[in-house]
Design a protein around this ligand. Structure first.
Ligand SMILES: [Zn+2]
Length: 396
């Protein structure tokens, strides 16, 4: 093994850098096109499609005419199908063609199709339940629906957070408890005193889909665990993996998941309240004011459109908070491991393996990135902070 101090100096060759930049530009174009398609489709669904579709469903089915809950679900599923049909070429290009062009994907075309239908099937199933719950609250709790809906959404977030690593993620990847005694010993030492047990470290077989490496802290309460991708475990040295693991411990120590859930509650109260004011403003309906108890099914795309616009407006703020959390964890990882050379080589390797542009445009970072650019993370490693007051450190 070569000296980590030497490796740290070379993040990417000129050729690798040019490729990462090109990949970054294509990915950015796909992200922006995807946002534009989403917004245009939702505006079209709300303004043009909603009322005729609702009327058509009532005219053609006595069952749907007499059962608004069922009609709402059918309406939601139909509009989602149309949305999928409109966006599938871009989904295939960004999820398959582009990833293969840059030698990042390990999926076959049929593998991509299977994942696409699995993902969308799950989204339609969960989305139907959430939409039905939302309308049921509007119909029954009237003018206070925005508060009850935010409370319900909070509970749904907690349930989803709990089941995500044990029920949802395994639908897409093989996940196994990490079986590497030497690594486990290192991790147990790093996790000591932080409340995160070593029993909670898992290997995520990301190589079924991509060559990119990743790590994450997922789950809540008893399902809380650190997931390290096989693409990371197979290519990184034990020292580098320890740094990445320490970063994930940071998320646990600083209670980032909990903080984001609480922030999500504040955001959903605000978002639902804005929806309420908009629905009751008379702007979308010429035939008199809308009533909560009889709120028509066709208002569903309007609610989706307003919530999407609200979330898009908040995106830079949310990404700013996320980048702040990531920096906190990077600093923690450096302090905890005391191995800046391993930190630098881990992030350099990550940039090369994932073809991350180390220095994207600041506007792109501000708007769309939830992690700091690699160049900034490396700079932090080169100027190791001297702060021993962080929780979980020996002696603190
Ligand atoms: Zn992180």
């Amino acid at each position: 093994m070569s000296d980590p101090g030497q490796r740290a100096e070379t993040v990417m060759t000129d050729e690798q850098l040019a490729e990462a930049r090109l990949y970054g530009r294509y990915s950015l174009a796909c992200t922006l096109a995807d946002k534009a398609i989403d917004l245009l489709f939702m505006a079209f669904a709300a303004v043009v499609l909603a009322q005729p579709l609702d009327r058509w469903l009532q005219l053609h089915s006595a069952l749907l005419a007499g059962n608004r809950s069922l009609r709402l679900v059918v309406f939601f599923v139909l509009t989602t199908f149309i949305h999928m049909a409109v966006s599938v070429p871009l989904s295939f290009y960004s999820g398959y063609t582009l990833e293969h062009r840059f030698h990042l994907s390990t999926l076959s075309p049929s593998g991509w199709v299977r994942r696409y239908f699995k993902q969308n099937g799950l989204a339609i199933g969960l989305g139907s339940l959430l939409i039905l719950g939302l309308f049921w609250l509007i119909w029954t709790t009237g003018s206070w629906w925005w508060l009850t809906a935010a409370a319900a959404f909070f509970c749904a977030t907690i349930i989803l957070g709990r089941i995500f690593p044990v029920l949802i993620l395994p639908l897409f990847y093989t996940i196994e408890r990490l079986d590497a005694p030497e690594l486990a010993e290192r991790m147990a030492a790093l996790a000591a005193g932080t409340g995160l047990t070593i029993e909670g470290v898992y290997r995520l077989d990301l190589s079924e889909e991509t060559v990119k490496a990743n790590a994450m802290l997922a789950g809540l309460g008893r399902t809380r665990r650190v997931l390290l991708s096989d693409t990371l475990l197979n290519n990184f040295t034990p020292e580098e993996i320890s740094v990445v693991f320490a970063h994930e411990i940071g998320h646990h120590i600083f209670r980032h998941v909990r903080k984001m859930i609480v922030l999500g509650l504040v955001i959903s109260v605000t978002g639902f309240w804005i929806c309420d004011r908009f629905l009751m403003s008379g702007l979308i309906h010429s035939g008199g004011p809308l009533d909560y108890a009889t709120l028509p099914v066709w208002t569903e795309p309007w609610i989706m459109l307003i919530l999407t616009l609200f979330n898009m407006a908040l995106e830079p703020v949310m990404n700013g908070i996320s980048r702040h959390h990531e920096r906190q964890c990077d600093r923690y990882a450096l302090q905890r491991t005391q191995q800046p050379a391993a930190y630098i080589s881990a992030f350099s390797k990550l940039a090369r393996q994932n073809k991350d542009d180390p220095c994207p445009h600041w506007l792109e970072v501000w708007w769309l990135h939830d992690h700091p650019p690699i160049s900034q993370r490396l700079a932090m490693g080169r100027a190791v902070p001297d702060d021993t007051s962080l929780p979980g450190l020996p002696g603190s």
